[in-house]
Write a protein that binds this ligand. Sequence first.
Ligand code: OGA
Ligand code: FE2
Length: 477
Amino acid sequence: MAFQKVWCALALGFLLPFSCAHTDFFTSIGHMTDLINTEKDLVVSLKDYIKAEESKLEQIKKWAEKLDQLTATATKDPEGFLGHPVNAFKLMKRLNTEWGELESLVLKDMSDGFISNMTIQRQFFPNDEDQTGAAKALLRLQDTYNLDTDTLSRGNLPGVKHKSFLTAEDCFELGKIAYTEADYYHTELWMEQALKQLDEGEVSSADKVYILDYLSYAVYQQGDLGKAMALTRRLLELDPEHQRANGNMKYFEYIMAKEKEANKSSTDSEEQQEKETEVKKKDYLPERRKYEMLCRGEGLKMLSRATVHDPETGKLTTAHYRVSKSAWLSGYESPVVSRINTRIQDLTGLDVSTAEELQVANYGVGGQYEPHFDFGRKDEPDAFKELGTGNRIATWLFYMSDVSAGGATVFPEVGASVWPRKGTAVFWYNLFPSGEGDYSTRHAACPVLVGNKWVSNKWLHERGQEFRRPCTLSELE
Ligand code: OGA
Ligand code: FE2
């Protein structure tokens, strides 16, 4: 996974972002559990190191105290002191041997164990891309669930077991990541939060000047010239010589003057424009917004949860699938899987021998599956060609865990949300009896806000259902 440093200052006088492409990220709790164990190991070896260092320092201290007393006595009456032959001998011995030994002790490296442990474990550490991915997941959750920045920073999320808050430094980091994505909306939110926490007296290494620099630029990018100027003024109070801020201030003043000039002549076209955007706002409910509304439980229709209860599916969830986000389980591998397959066949009346293997998936915090269809579309006739069992006629989805917050399965076309509850399942037909795809089955897995989500699904195929679900003649019946 490659990493690019993503911002730099240009001659223009603004911080300019370089967007750096990398794959969409969502975490798997299984993988992160390994990291928690790694951290635990490291703390143990760090503590061992501290103990070793402390005992070394203790020995050195004792030596220093002993010598302190000795030299105090000796310097008071050097001749009398050396008149004792044992003292004379011991002085020779000390200087010839013991100080050398002490020197070796001082130089002795106690960090071996810890450092070699670090070297081994570091291979498995997340990298910059992972950190960015986790930050972006947090920003995504903020949007999807309409979370107030302050609430998120103070860790006041619904259903959390382990409350955790963000420092001003953390907020600054999130703001910077948003900034490198040219996401000035979140840059503003998080830089403002960082500033707020500092203003409230939080002790931090985060620097107000840096924060204000980002913040004023983000605000300017979003078109609020007045606020950008006020922030830049605040920056200049803290650092009057700040070059970029001084340059920006001049530029802002220039733009402001120009805008005033232009405003004098063109009020009519503005009114027209305003009207147009208003119309757009009303009519335009893109899937994304509808999807997010459903995720928050603001949908029109709420489906009650399906009634299938299979406590045995829980057994599948033990963490074999630590690294990957999903795994395929064959009925041959385990009698439990085989029993589940049979049960799906009995419940749906559909032949499972042509179905795909049971897929187990794990969504960590921020994990989601954006709106999609499970069936192959006409423009992708080869989607399931290899299987030779036709299209995905139906989907069976088990919820194998409760989710503390978020993680619903939503159907934007239908306006429905299904909330995961351990031991329940949802089932739907993807195809009309004619074999035509039913576009109202478009669905998504909402991001997990708190907790983690385990599901398993079974995709049933057309072959084998000829007598179980006979065709009809009309296409969309
Ligand atoms: C899928 C899917 C929904 C969910 O895996 O195809 O749509 O809630 N999953 O996990
Ligand atoms: Fe799906």
